[in-house]
Design a protein around this ligand. Structure first.
Ligand SMILES: Cc1cc2nc3c(=O)[nH]c(=O)nc-3n(C[C@H](O)[C@H](O)[C@H](O)COP(=O)(O)O)c2cc1C
Length: 155
């Protein structure tokens, strides 16, 4: 059976957010899961070819000035039209690292995703407030859930 691809596009401007993204990747590579090829990229590195060839996507962003990071917005600006027709129904999950809020970021991402017609495969993981070690578990579980869901053909 050919492997499925899981693309993680995460903005990682700090030590905490880098660790969070690495936990998403680690969860997606859980030893009980096979047949999933997971890749972690910065939004600046990821392009439409990555999206066109993936079976699922996890998006990670900080909240900056009440909105998603400029990095993730730039990613959407570049992939939107090249992927609009071909990737409808793509299962996605989103996690947000916000110092205190996160609602503006969630709204902004979900508005774009409504346009793209991607399909929510997991509730938003909102990691807000002072940094907590439990955010790492949330991120690990998100990666694991998405990879396991793809493996089982359930998402
Ligand atoms: C320029 C700037 C603007 C920010 N704006 C917001 C904001 O509007 N809402 C919010 O909840 N956090 C905001 N933050 C906090 C970031 O989300 C937080 O610094 C980032 O997620 C990194 O978290 P960390 O300290 O755990 O590494 C802002 C940070 C920066 C640098």
């Amino acid at each position: 059976m050919s492997s499925k691809k899981l693309l993680i596009v995460a903005h990682m401007p700090s030590a905490n957010t880098t660790q969070m993204a690495q936990q998403v990747l680690a969860g997606s590579k859980h030893s009980d899961i096979s047949g999933i090829e997971a890749t972690l990229k910065s939004p600046f590195e990821a392009d439409e070819k990555d999206v066109l060839t993936t079976d699922g996507i996890i998006l990670g962003t900080t909240e900056n000035l009440g909105y998603m990071s400029g990095a993730l917005k730039d990613f959407f600006d570049r992939i939107y039209y090249p992927c609009l027709e071909e990737k409808q129904g793509l299962p996605y999950a989103l996690y947000i690292r916000a110092g205190m809020d996160g609602t503006g970021t969630r709204r902004g991402v979900e508005t774009i995703i409504t346009g793209l017609k991607w399909r929510e495969a997991h509730p938003v993981a909102l990691c807000k407030g002072d940094y907590q070690e439990s955010f790492l578990d949330d991120c690990f579980n998100l990666g694991m859930y998405m990879a396991a869901g793809l493996e089982a053909g359930m998402i």
